[in-house]
Design a protein around this ligand. Structure first.
Ligand code: HPA
Length: 274
């Protein structure tokens, strides 16, 4: 656990390196990192050079912040995020989100690779996250409340902004890219789920499953940030097809979907009301 002052120090350090004031933060999921190539006049900061910042340990996840402009919008992207399964304390998983808030950022786009539970989905589909199920996720808000960010018992009735979901629908429709919409459920990982777990999650109302995003969105909402979420369906979840899952397939399918993903993200950033 870190203190509010520690978060302020990290934010101050990052701010001293930036050449613009980012207004939208973007967390890039596994295999979806090439968007950073579209960030102009960028400044890059390796996580390892940020005092007090955790390091990303997963293959397919580099660890750096990239700040600059997409179109005329100043953004900051995380290439490489922190997952609970890597062994971090859950409060460390959301450290970057809180630092973004301290940098004055009120808008967050979270993206991830996810397994498709909804049988209407196919690998390579992009999904607008309508809501999430966090019952199996340890809460990043556990422990003493950071009153500076938000309330002890924050509302989660619109975790993913309705307005931003509408914007994403509009952006994808204008591009002729079909997007699914659904509910993302957090799984602690790092093992993929069993077929029985997936059947259970389906009954609970989940359309896609993954090992990230939910803690970050909870911390962002706690701090009053507006959130948009996009999942890239990289595989059908365990037991839906009669085949084992592996990380290479996840990365490979994300790479294949990356062109559409990048197009949609650039467009929606352009339309974003900041
Ligand atoms: N399960 C959990 N996390 C994932 C999956 C999955 O099937 N695919 C990509 N991330």
């Amino acid at each position: 656990m870190y203190s509010y002052e520690k978060l302020q120090e990290i934010a101050q350090f990052i701010k001293s390196k930036l050449n613009c004031e980012p207004q939208i933060a973007i967390t890039l999921g596994s295999g979806l990192g090439s968007l950073v190539g579209d960030i102009k006049n960028s400044v890059e900061i390796d996580y390892k050079d940020i005092p007090g910042f955790p390091l990303s340990t997963v293959e397919g996840h580099e660890g750096k912040l990239v700040c600059g402009k997409i179109g005329n919008k100043p953004v900051i992207a995380m290439k490489g995020r922190f997952h609970y399964y890597e062994g971090y304390d859950i409060s460390q998983v959301v450290i970057a989100i809180r630092v973004f808030k301290l940098l004055g950022i009120n808008d967050l786009l979270v993206t991830n690779a996810a397994g498709g539970i909804n049988k209407c989905f196919s690998p390579g589909d992009l999904m607008i996250i309508r809501d999430h199920i966090s019952l199996f996720a340890p809460s990043p808000l556990r422990g003493k409340n950071f009153d500076e960010f938000g309330a002890r018992f924050p509302d989660m009735s619109e975790a993913y902004s309705k307005e931003l979901r509408g914007l994403l629908k509009k952006a994808s429709a204008e591009l002729g890219i079909n997007m699914q919409e659904g509910v993302y459920v957090f799984a602690k990982g790092p093992m993929y789920e069993t077929p029985s777990e997936i059947r259970a999650l389906n009954v609970l109302g989940a359309d896609a499953v993954g090992m990230s995003t939910v803690p970050e969105v909870i911390a962002a909402r706690h701090a009053g940030m507006n959130v948009m979420g996009i999942s890239c369906i990289t595989n059908m979840a365990s037991g839906i097809l009669n085949q084992p899952l592996n990380h290479e397939e996840v990365i490979q399918t994300a790479k294949q979907a990356e062109k559409n993903f990048t197009c949609v993200v650039k467009k929606v950033i352009d339309m974003w009301p900041v």
